[in-house]
Design a protein around this ligand. Structure first.
Ligand SMILES: *Cc1c(COP(=O)(O)O)cnc(C)c1O
Length: 538
C-alpha cells in the first residue's frame, strides 16, 4: 500500500504560508499523524510564494493585507528535475521542492509544486503565486498544476502509488492524467482514487465553464467529460465522485448533507481530528507526560484524564492562560487579567460563522459580562470578501466604542501560531456557525487537549462530541435555528457558564476533565488516519 495525498493547501507550521484555514491545517495534521503511525503516505501541494497574508488592522478598523515573499530554501530542497504539462496549448514547466522533516527519517515527504521558475513565461510563473487569490482562469490553471503536474511528478518520484487521496475537489484533474495512463479505463481509475469533500455550501464546490475548461485543459478532457462532470459546467466534486472508489464527508452530519447535495453517490464520513502533539501546549504536554505517560503514542489513553489531580490541572491551565493574556496585553494594551473567565472566538471571518452573534443584545451582554467575562476575537477575512471584512470592522469598532462596558479585544493576524496560543490559553472556545454550514471544524478540538471547554452550536464534530453541561455547552438543540433563536440560547448558556465558573469551581474542573477525557480520545488525527486506513485506504 502507498497513499498519495493531494491537497490545494497544506499547513505544517506558521512559517510556511501554504494554507489559509481549516482545510490546510487538517491536511498538515493528517500528514503528521500518518508519519507518526508510519503509514506509507506522500503528499503533494502547491508552493505559494505569496500565500497566507499577514493581517494588520488600520485605525478605522479595516483589515489590511501584507504578502511577504516566502523563500522556501530555508525549509525545503529543490529537486533537480522538472515536469512539463500542457496548459492552454503551451508548455508549462513545474519545479518540485521536497520537504522531508516529518516523521522518522522524513518517511512522509511533502512535494511542493512551483511554476515560478525562469524558463516559464511571466504569466505562467504567477500560477502558483497566490493561494485562492485569482479568478477562475488562475484557479483552473492551479488545479491543473496540482492534479496533472502532481501526478506526473509522483510517477517519477514515488512509483507504486496504490491510492490517490483527493483532499477536496481541487485535486480532481489527477484523474484525467490517470485516465490517459490507463487508456481511458474509468473502472481502473476508480480503483485507484478516494475523495474527501469538505464543504456543505454549494458555492464552495469549484465549477468551471466548459469553454474555459477546454481552453485550459484541452486534450486532457476525455470525450465523455460531460457525463462524468456535469452537463452544463464542469463540477469538480461530481467528477471526483464519479471517478473514486469511495468518497466521504468530514462529520456525520456533513456526510448526510453531502448525500442530499449529491444524490445517487455513496458518500460516507470520517470525522476530522487534530494532531495532538502539534496542538497540545507545553503546560498540558508536561501534565499528560506526568500522569498519562503513553499519551504521545496513544492519545486515546487520555480517556483516563480523571487520574489527573485537580490542583495540577488548575495550575497547568493557569500557566497557559497567563501566556495567552500576556501576549494579548502586549499587542493590544487591553489590560486583561488571568482572573476572569476568558472566552475566545477565532476563525475565518466568513458570514456564516456569525462572529457577531454575541452582539445581538449588547445591553444583555454588558450586564452579563461586567467584571466577569473577557472576550478575545481573531480571524482573517479573504481579501475579496467584503462582508467578512465588515464583520472584523464591527468587532473592532464595538470594542472601541464600548470599552467601558465590556472587556473585548480583537487580536490581529490569526495563524497557526496564534491559533495554538488561543486554544491553549483560553477557558472557553465559542463557535456559532449557521447550521449545517460547518462541515466539521477543528479548532474546538485543539481546546480539549488544553483543558478548555467548548460552547458551540451542534454542528460538525461538536454534534458528535457534546454532552451538554457535562463536557461543554451546546447552543440550541440538534436542529437548525434562526439567528434570533441561536442568540437567545447563547445568552442562556453564557449565564449558566458564568455561574458555574465562579460559584462552582469543582464543577468547572469536572467539565474540564470531561472535555479532555470524552473528546480528545476521539477527535485526534491518529484515530482519523486509522479510520481512513480501515475504511478507505486498504
Ligand atoms: C485550527 C485552525 C483553523 C480551523 O479551525 P475551524 O474550527 O475550522 O475554524 C483555521 N485557522 C487556523 C489558524 C487554525 O489554527
Amino acid at each position: 500500500m502507498k497513499v498519495a495525498y493531494f491537497s490545494m493547501e497544506i499547513g505544517l507550521n506558521e512559517h510556511i504560508p501554504t494554507y489559509s484555514g481549516g482545510l490546510g491545517i487538517l491536511a498538515g495534521d493528517h500528514i503528521k499523524s500518518a508519519a507518526d503511525l508510519e503509514v506509507p503516505l506522500v503528499a503533494v501541494t502547491l508552493l505559494y510564494k505569496r500565500g497566507y497574508f499577514i493581517q494588520t488592522i488600520n485605525p478605522l478598523g479595516q483589515q489590511e493585507e501584507i504578502y511577504p515573499y516566502f523563500d522556501p530554501r530555508a525549509f525545503m530542497e529543490p529537486l533537480p528535475f522538472k515536469v512539463t504539462i500542457k496548459i492552454d496549448n503551451h508548455d508549462v514547466h513545474i519545479g518540485v521542492w521536497k520537504y522531508n522533516q516529518i516523521g522518522i527519517n522524513g518517511k512522509v515527504p511533502v512535494y511542493f509544486l512551483d511554476t515560478d521558475i525562469p524558463i516559464n513565461a511571466p504569466a505562467d510563473r504567477l500560477i502558483t503565486q497566490f493561494l485562492y487569490g485569482g479568478d477562475q482562469h488562475t484557479r483552473i490553471c492551479q488545479e491543473a498544476v496540482l492534479g496533472i503536474g502532481g501526478y506526473l511528478a509522483l510517477k517519477k518520484l514515488e512509483p507504486g502509488v496504490t491510492t490517490f487521496h483527493m483532499n477536496e475537489g481541487h485535486a480532481v484533474f489527477l484523474t484525467l492524467a490517470l485516465l490517459k495512463d490507463l487508456n481511458g479505463n474509468e473502472e481502473k481509475v476508480r480503483e485507484k482514487c478516494v475523495f474527501t469533500t469538505h464543504t456543505p455550501v454549494p458555492a464552495g464546490h469549484d465549477k468551471f465553464g466548459y469553454d474555459l475548461a477546454y481552453k485550459i485543459l484541452g486534450s486532457h478532457l476525455p470525450s465523455n467529460i460531460r457525463s462524468l462532470a456535469g452537463n452544463d459546467v464542469l463540477n469538480t466534486t461530481v467528477l471526483a465522485l464519479n471517478l473514486s472508489r469511495a468518497s466521504n464527508g468530514v462529520s456525520e452530519l456533513h456526510g448526510e448533507i453531502s448525500r442530499q447535495m449529491f444524490p445517487g453517490f455513496d458518500i460516507g464520513h470520517v470525522t476530522n481530528g487534530v494532531h495532538h502533539l502539534s496542538w497540545t501546549g507545553p503546560e498540558f504536554k508536561a501534565l499528560f507526560d506526568a500522569h498519562i505517560p503513553d499519551w504521545r503514542q496513544q492519545p486515546q489513553l487520555l480517556a483516563d484524564a480523571d487520574k489527573i489531580p485537580d490542583e495540577a490541572l488548575k495550575e497547568a491551565k493557569l500557566r497557559a492562560k497567563k501566556r495567552l493574556i500576556s501576549y494579548v496585553n502586549s499587542v493590544t494594551g487591553a489590560g486583561f487579567t488571568h482572573e476572569l473567565l476568558t472566552i475566545s472566538f477565532a476563525r475565518r471571518a466568513a458570514a456564516y460563522k456569525r462572529a457577531t452573534l454575541i452582539f445581538t443584545d449588547l445591553e444583555y451582554l454588558f450586564n452579563l459580562a461586567f467584571d466577569r467575562i473577557q472576550l478575545i476575537f481573531a480571524g482573517k477575512a479573504h481579501p475579496q470578501d467584503q462582508p467578512g471584512k465588515q464583520l472584523i470592522k464591527e468587532i473592532v469598532n464595538t470594542a472601541e466604542q464600548y470599552e467601558k462596558q465590556v472587556r473585548l479585544v480583537f487580536v490581529p493576524n490569526y495563524n497557526i501560531w496564534l491559533g495554538a496560543l488561543l486554544t491553549q490559553g483560553t477557558d472557553v472556545w465559542l463557535n456559532t456557525p449557521r447550521r449545517p454550514r460547518e462541515a466539521s471544524g477543528t479548532s474546538g478540538m485543539k481546546v480539549c487537549f488544553n483543558g478548555g471547554v467548548n460552547m458551540s452550536v451542534l454542528d460538525g464534530w461538536w454534534r458528535e462530541g457534546c454532552k451538554n453541561r457535562v463536557n461543554g455547552w451546546a447552543i440550541g438543540d440538534d436542529e437548525d435555528q434562526s439567528d434570533e433563536e441561536a442568540a437567545f440560547d447563547l445568552y442562556q448558556d453564557l449565564d449558566d457558564m458564568v455561574t458555574t465558573y465562579y460559584a462552582n469551581p469543582r464543577q468547572w474542573l469536572s467539565i474540564m476533565k470531561r472535555s479532555i477525557a470524552d473528546l480528545t480520545p476521539v477527535f485526534n488525527t491518529h484515530r482519523m488516519v486509522m479510520e481512513y486506513m480501515r475504511k478507505y485506504y486498504i
